[in-house]
Design a protein around this ligand. Structure first.
Ligand code: ZN
Length: 156
């Protein structure tokens, strides 16, 4: 199997596995390869470079719980400016729990969440950064993600 980094005409990047480069060419020509985000079939091979940062530099901290997780991730939303002490304390506990139980994957979050969803990576909880657009695309694909306000640690 050959692993290709693929990109659609809307510049969504995703991964594909093919028996050979000829099989890849043939499947694309037959319209069998489509973008998981927008279903575009104008697929070309992307650069085999490490993930480049997403176009947007607006980043939110996102945690994903793999589909096998017993409970769905809880989403928390509070006004950023004045977080009440009790809420801050609760968020610090959430952060500590996430750091203890999930793997940090940094900006690779969206790709890794999709790999887990597709069974290409070990099922586990992960956390890292994603743009709002990436988080929305994951949610559209039925991948559970939650955005958590990332408060400073209790001991810092
Ligand atoms: Zn696309």
């Amino acid at each position: 199997m050959i692993h290709y980094s693929l990109v659609c005409r809307q510049t969504h990047e995703f991964d594909g596995w093919f028996a050979s480069s000829a099989a890849f060419d043939q499947q694309v020509a037959s319209g069998l390869v489509e973008c998981p985000v927008c279903a575009d079939r104008g697929i070309t091979r992307g650069l085999m470079a490490p993930n480049v940062p997403a176009k947007s530099n607006r980043r939110a901290d996102v945690v994903a719980v793999a589909p096998s997780a017993p409970e769905p991730a809880q989403s928390v939303a509070v006004a950023g400016a004045a977080i009440p002490d009790q809420v801050r304390s609760a968020l610090q506990k959430i952060r500590a729990e996430i750091e203890r139980n999930a793997d940090y994957v940094g900006p690779d979050f969206a790709d890794e969440a999709r790999r887990i969803h597709n069974g290409e990576s070990d099922r586990r909880a992960i956390y890292g950064e994603a743009t709002p657009e990436q988080a929305e695309a994951l949610a559209d694909d039925g991948i559970a993600v939650a955005q958590i306000p990332w408060v400073s640690r209790a001991d810092s």
